[in-house]
Design a binder for this molecule. Structure first.
Ligand code: C2E
Ligand code: MG
Ligand code: MG
Ligand code: MG
Length: 284
């Protein structure tokens, strides 16, 4: 019967699915409102140079404090912002905000900003970068853009020439989450990255000799091109020792610090600088 058939046709619209669809739509609407209301903020996670033990910079990480749901994880709202194109104004905001904040830090500290593939496709990233640098007065070589392989996957020729022009202005380019993609090694040949960030999943398993061998190989590749190698997500002293042994040049992770508010980051810098200068002050 037609009636029974009709019911069959729509059987896959389970109440749970409808609820999920509505919730997602609501989140999308909220995301748009949040951008207008500046409900986003940035956290800054320190990155340390292993050779000197000093802070070389911070990675800026987006946070969204939802009015009723509370904090929403980037893993939830970034994909939504990418799908809707909202990542373009949101990414521009993050870039401007991070550069303004970093301009107040000591001159040897950089800020790293994550850039989505969508920002390359749908906007003039070069224009946004130039504007953020101009408005903040931050030197170009103190800004680092973190991109993932997905950026190089689409329209690689256009993206690579855009990255080349950015590099020529002094902006540094880092390859983020290295090792998690499909054909990681080939991407290293497409562009001369200033930095390779080894994904946290490798650091978690660094005790596995095969994983350690992969980390060592990445370090070797980086050394040949002069790229810095950052170990992401270092949580324990043991992991710190291991990544040092394998030749990583920088570390980032909860072992040193969680992502901090801008105020906390300034205190973190002040404390590190004081600790650095204390022995010299005692000597005279
Ligand atoms: P990511 O760029 O790889 O950033 C590192 C992530 O690892 C951050 O997660 C950070 O909080 C987390 N993390 C750092 N140290 C540790 C550790 O020791 N242990 C563990 N378990 N986690 C650690 P977060 O802040 O949740 O950001 C997740 C991802 O969202 C980022 O990964 C990045 O891909 C994206 N994202 C964040 N902010 C932005 C942004 O402004 N623009 C774009 N396009 N993406 C962003
Ligand atoms: Mg990153
Ligand atoms: Mg990463
Ligand atoms: Mg990651």
């Amino acid at each position: 019967e037609a009636k029974a058939e009709g019911r069959n046709t729509f059987r896959f619209f389970e109440p749970g699915m409808a609820a999920a669809f509505i919730a997602r739509n609501q989140l999308e609407t909220d995301l748009q409102a949040a951008l207008r209301q500046e409900a986003f903020s940035l956290r800054y996670q320190p990155i340390m140079t292993l050779a000197s033990g000093r802070i070389c910079g911070f990675e800026a990480l987006l946070r969204w404090d939802h009015p009723t749901r509370g904090p929403v994880a980037p893993s939830e709202f970034i994909p939504l912002a990418e799908e809707t194109g909202l990542i373009v104004p949101l990414g521009d905001w993050a870039l401007r905000r991070a550069c303004l904040e970093a301009a107040a830090w000591p001159k040897d500290m950089r800020v790293a900003v994550n850039v989505s593939a969508v920002q390359f496709q749908r906007s003039s990233l070069e224009g946004s970068v130039a504007e953020a640098l101009r408005a903040s007065g931050l030197a170009a070589n103190r800004l680092e853009l973190e991109i993932t392989e997905s950026v190089l996957m689409q329209n690689a020729v256009a993206v690579v020439s855009s990255l080349m022009r950015l590099r020529a202005t002094g902006v540094r380019i880092a390859l983020d989450d290295f090792g998690t993609g499909y054909s990681s090694l080939s991407y290293l040949r497409r562009f001369p990255f200033n930095k390779i960030k080894i994904d946290r999943s490798f650091i978690v398993e660094i005790e596995d000799p095969e994983v350690a061998a992969i980390v060592r190989a990445i370090v070797g590749l980086g050394a040949r091109s002069g790229a810095a190698i950052t170990a992401e997500g270092v949580e324990t002293e043991r992991q710190l020792d291991r990544v040092r042994q394998e030749g990583c040049t920088e570390v980032q992770g909860y072992f040193f610090s969680r992502p901090l508010t801008a105020d906390q980051a300034r205190l973190f810098i002040a404390a590190a600088t004081a600790a650095d200068e204390a022995p010299r002050a005692l000597i005279g």
